[in-house]
Design a protein around this ligand. Structure first.
Ligand code: 6R9
Length: 658
């Protein structure tokens, strides 16, 4: 991949931090130096952000790689750190969560109220026989009880496994079985797109296949009718009646905190295991550093779902450990109207917004006039996560949402890394549209060739992480071998070359002439066209840079002449005419536009104008399914798709050649 196209990383625009923000920033440029001088001392210093019941004896034990132990011998309680200590410090009346339900109902929960709820839920867990070492599945909509349930598990030392509300019976039951969970916490339903959608029937069917489940705790959210079994208990009849007194016990720094399943492209889902002290240290530090959080004045909003790692680290554990005030929103961005996000920003005076490129591109498609109608002057830092953000979408975000004032932090990380790894610091970094820039202080990221050699600036290859980091995954639940095979056997000691253990992230990346990093998507998605490696991200960015294009997804389809040929699926912007001849003209124009931007080798063989793209619930495009369409195959597994009707629309368009 070293000879890739020169497109993305030749971006020359650069945006230094606003002066006032830089002067008052939580983290300054010195942090990079401090961390480089003594990485472990740096992380030990960050661990001091937390309240420990017992201090660690050793910062990192890496004597049995790739199995890391951080803050060995230390003890702490996560829920105490996220809730009790803020109340003890006299900040009990501070709002922890401004919750906004999709139908417009709201709840305001202070830290003191959160402490009461978490303590009650912890007492209920104990009454139900759930304690340290047990596993609990959480299958809830975006309601405050989701955060309460997670914190209550952490408080009693039970390991939670959150499953996206909306995943199918089979997705839920395989996850329950893999973790051997004792309890499921769910709700009757939640609101999506203006309607109550049921959750409980899915749980009933899943639990019927899961003998390990002893009880099901059910939150009443929508009030819809539910079937009832003898395992079921209402949340309001148990938790809300329980004693609000609960003393948190400390747990070992390496006590298992949660399992979160990543779907991957093949095989059964991987249960990524995170533990206690190192995880909380890194999510707390990064939330403070990357968003420059000022807990007294900021209102933070992360639009992710709690069932995604972003919800774990940057709705629950990071912000709450930092005593932040945050917004939590239950529903979709277009209910009741396409202005819902901007209405919420305006209403709560959100100052830090963290969202995904897919949403930014959707907002672009809906039109600039929608955010233009709102007062967004409270915003001071904007974040992006989940996919590479195309320069075009980055600039749209900066101009239309940040109004050219706010820094954008494009944060690269994974379920496996637990916390942000590569990102600008908003008070330090001069950002480039589309680049996640450099590794954070204390993190060593690199781009290597297939011989594990670091590529020089200007080169491309595989993104790797060289030194262990506090919030790294500890293993794949129940499968150490798969952990080693998946992440540690491609390069370095795990591959039998050298002594160094090197983590393979599975993403392609480039270093530009200044050493800034440009993420190019999953290496499995890289296309090989007439012997040239071409990244899907680059062709997609070229397409999105055309004024008629809102969003695009590119795949390599088998081709008798070129090995693989580029097939692009394109969503036109709202005002673009795609009927008849206009559509055909646009098609030709777009193919030529890519050829002009990237070179003739990257010219798509075929462009499909489509109304939607298949996405996972966390907004990632499922290129695997588009490849099935492009190669005229029947579709593979669609269980993690957000809206399966999308594929019918796309396949129909394909068959009629439209
Ligand atoms: C947090 C999260 C991880 C994969 C990762 C990469 C992609 C995430 C990105 C990004 C480019 C960014 N990814 N953030 N690519 N720029 N800022 O998304 O976790 O769901 O496990 O996905 O997402 O491909 O490897 P997860």
């Amino acid at each position: 991949m070293s000879e890739t196209l020169a497109n993305l990383s030749s971006e020359s625009r650069q945006f230094p931090p606003p002066e006032a923000l830089a002067a008052a920033a939580n983290v300054k440029a010195e942090a990079y130096e401090e961390a480089a001088t003594d990485r472990l001392a740096f992380w030990a210093q960050q661990a001091e952000r937390l309240t420990w019941s017992k201090t660690w004896d050793q910062v990192l034990d890496w004597s049995n790689p790739p199995f890391a132990k951080w803050f060995v011998g230390g003890e702490l309680n996560i829920a105490y750190n996220c809730v009790d200590r803020h109340v003890e410090a006299g900040r009990g009346d501070k709002v922890a969560i401004h919750w906004e339900g999709e139908p417009g109902d709201t709840r305001t929960i202070t830290y003191a109220e959160l402490l009461k709820l978490v303590s009650q839920a912890a007492n209920t867990l104990t009454d139900l026989g759930v304690g340290a070492g047990d596993r609990v599945a959480i299958y809830l909509p975006m309601i405050p009880e989701a955060a309460v349930a997670m914190l209550a598990c952490a408080r009693v030392g039970a390991t939670h496994s959150v499953v996206f509300g909306g995943f199918s019976v089979s997705a839920l039951s395989t996850r329950i079985q893999d973790a051997d969970a004792k309890l499921v916490i769910t709700a009757d339903g939640g609101y999506r797109r203006g309607k109550p959608s049921a959750l409980k029937p899915t749980v009933d069917e899943a639990v019927a296949q899961c003998p390990s489940i002893e009880n099901v705790l059910v939150v009443r959210r929508t009030g819809q009718d539910v079937a009832w079994t003898d395992k079921d208990k209402w949340w309001h009849e148990t938790v809300e009646q329980a004693s609000p007194e609960h003393k948190a016990q400390p747990f070992d720094a390496e006590h298992p905190l949660f399992i979160l399943y990543t779907s991957g492209t093949t095989g059964k889902p991987k249960g990524i295991l995170h533990t206690t002290g190192g995880y909380l240290t890194q999510v707390s530090y990064t939330h403070n550093a990357v968003f420059d959080l000022k807990p007294e004045t900021d209102v933070y909003w992360c639009t992710a779902d709690i069932g995604w790692v972003t919800g774990h680290s940057y709705i629950v554990y990071g912000p709450l450990s930092n005593g932040a005030t945050q917004v939590m929103y239950e529903g979709t961005p277009d209910t009741p109207g396409r202005d819902r996000f901007w209405q919420i920003v305006d209403k709560y005076k959100v100052s830090i917004l963290y969202t995904a490129p897919t949403l930014i591109r959707t907002m672009m498609k809906w039109g600039d006039d929608i955010p233009a109608g709102y007062d967004l002057s409270s915003l001071r830092v904007l974040g992006s996560v989940g996919e590479p953000i195309n320069p075009e979408a980055w600039m749209w975000y900066r101009e239309n949402i940040g109004r050219n004032r706010t820094p954008i932090v494009d944060t690269w990380w994974q379920t496996e890394t637990g916390g942000v790894m590569i990102s600008p610091l908003p008070g330090v970094t001069a950002t480039k549209p589309g680049s996640a820039m450099t590794a954070l202080p204390g993190i060593t990221a690199d781009v290597v060739d297939d011989q594990a050699q670091s590529v020089p600036n200007g080169g491309g290859g595989f993104l790797v992480l060289r030194d262990p980091w506090p919030s790294m995954l500890r293993t794949i639940w129940g499968d150490d071998k798969r952990f080693i095979d998946t992440y540690w056997s491609r390069f370095g000691a795990g591959a039998g070359t050298g002594d160094e253990w090197i983590y393979f992230a599975g993403d392609g990346a480039k270093k530009d002439d200044d050493g800034a990093l440009w993420l190019l998507g999953r290496v499995d998605d890289v296309m090989l066209v007439s012997g040239h490696n071409i990244s899907t991200t680059e062709v997609e960015s070229a397409l999105v840079s055309h004024p008629s294009v809102a969003e695009s997804a590119v795949v390599g389809a088998t081709d008798p002449t070129t090995g693989q040929a580029i097939v692009a699926f394109v969503i036109p912007r709202g005002n673009v005419d795609t009927e008849g001849e206009a559509g055909e003209q646009l098609n030709v124009e777009l193919r030529n536009h890519v050829a002009k931007t990237l070179g003739p080798i990257a010219k798509p063989r075929q462009i499909m104008l489509v109304p939607e793209l298949p996405k996972t619930r966390s907004g990632k495009i499922m290129r695997r399914l588009l490849k099935d369409v492009a190669e005229n195959r029947s579709l593979g597994d669609v269980t993690t798709l957000q809206d399966s009707a999308v594929m019918d629309l796309i396949s129909k368009g394909m068959n009629t050649g439209k």
